[in-house]
Design a protein around this ligand. Sequence first.
Ligand code: GUN
Length: 292
Amino acid sequence: MIILNGKETAKIITDEIAELVKKRKKEGKKIPHLAAILVGNDGGSITYINNKLKACEACGFESTLMRFDDSVKESIILNKIQTLNEDDNVDGFIVQLPLPKHIDETKVILSIDPIKDVDGFHPMNIGKMTLNLPSFVSATPSGIIELIRRYKIDTKGKNCVIIGRSNIVGMPLSILLSQNKEFGNCTVTLTHSQTKNLKEVCKTADILIAALGQPLFVTKDMIKEGAVVIDVGITRVEDKTKVNGWRLVGDVDFSSVAELTSAITPVPGGVGPMTIASLMMNTLKAMDLKEQ
Ligand code: GUN
């Protein structure tokens, strides 16, 4: 069994990007600039954003964080997005989700210029991705594909079962992995809360991807021997033995499942760092697109 080390792989990608940026700087060219909008004080969102900003620094990118109070009016956010759409110095930007209930997420996503939508959430980008046209692919699915690529995992003709049909992870992954291209060509089953006999379906998987956000959901009796298991879940659970009182766990019960697999991602240090590395790759691409 091999551990698919996302932390190490993300560091390699970050170093590759930093090298490119250094070269651009030397040549007097513009360096990539990522902006982020954060609304409210959710602990998880703050951690995600901080990690994204740290990655920008490691890549040599410029970054700008715009924070708003929980009670901010939707129109203020839409105006800020318009400003960012028109700001030539900003190559790409993200609006950290979830947003407070009084702000319409769809309206927010639709107002982002698709050419700066480095999260790949705009319907224009999702549509292009579905048709296998050049587009921004959202960071978690593209991070998973990049991990598969770097570990040279054979996907052609394999049965891939995905648990969870979210717009951010499960849905786009099901499309990408079924496309006729390298690190695609899987026979994909996209499962969800209404799927019957989920255990049996999971047992058919050569590649099992857990993206439902339920800690330790995938147990050993759901795994075919030799499967590749990718764990997208990351949830804080109480742990009194830790100084901070919590630890991070995935959707997969790693301790019992790992021994049955041929390869598995850990939590933390698996998909999470790859997601951030992909956002950096998308920002670099946004800058390239602007220069064309
Ligand atoms: N919330 C959870 N994941 C993401 C992500 O990838 N991007 C943004 N903007 N918000 C998120």
